[in-house]
Design a protein around this ligand. Structure first.
Ligand SMILES: [Zn+2]
Length: 223
């Protein structure tokens, strides 16, 4: 009778990522790290949270609680957040944003006073209806794209039988008591309809952007 193979012997022919998962799950010492590119000699200096240093490649890092981030990466994030939370108006006079200001800036780019001024101006020069239509069109577009994505994800992962791992680690087989073909058909039809709506909305967005340009308001067009 053949000798039972040890895990390590058996795992020799196993796909690397598969083995890594098993090693991680069972807490095995992973001796294949080299293969995965983690070989790079680790900087062993002890860092305090908030410490900054420059590595061998000239990249600057900051120690966070439990992980490190590159400083330029953080600056980008900071800059992005800063932009998100600052009124876009060139002549904004609001010194301190209220909670309502902050909410509105995230949503529209403007604080309460500046948005009111902007909208009054747009009403006076006749742009407002197009501006409002444009905003609604963009919202709808975002919503339908999300919806279509969710339908596609569901369709791709839809199976009649699936396995569940219970809390105590047992594997149970489940069968879904629905007409799976009908569900698939419904999802596919939702996806097809979404495509159609997206096309129409893109067309509408284009027309409205042209109109906003014609009315001399390129700043209202969302990139
Ligand atoms: Zn403002």
């Amino acid at each position: 009778m053949a000798k039972r193979k040890s895990f390590d012997e058996k795992s020799k022919g196993m796909h690397k990522s598969h083995k890594l998962i098993i090693d991680t799950v069972f807490g095995r010492e992973d001796n294949t790290q080299r293969v995965f590119g983690y070989e790079k000699s680790e900087d062993t200096t002890k860092r305090e949270v908030g410490d900054r240093w420059v590595d061998g490649d000239g990249k600057e890092w900051e120690q966070k609680d439990g992980f490190k981030v590159s400083v330029s990466q953080m600056d980008d994030v900071r800059q992005f957040l800063q932009k998100l939370s600052t009124c876009h108006s060139e002549n904004c006079e609001t010194k301190q944003y209220s909670r309502a200001d902050k909410k509105l800036i995230v949503k529209t780019g403007y604080c309460i006073v500046c948005l009111a001024k902007l909208e009054a101006k747009l009403k006076a020069d006749g742009t407002y209806p197009f501006y409002e239509d444009y905003k609604i069109t963009l919202n709808k577009l975002g919503f339908i794209r999300d919806f279509k994505q969710k339908c596609e994800d569901s369709l791709n992962s839809l199976k009649k039988d699936f396995q569940m791992v219970t809390e105590d680690g047992r594997i149970e087989n489940w069968t879904w008591e629905v007409d799976i073909d009908q569900v698939k058909k419904d999802l596919q039809s939702d996806i097809d309809n979404s495509y159609e709506s997206i096309e129409l909305l893109l067309e509408r967005r284009k027309v409205l952007e042209e109109k906003l340009l014609e009315l001399n308001h390129p700043e209202l067009i969302k990139k």
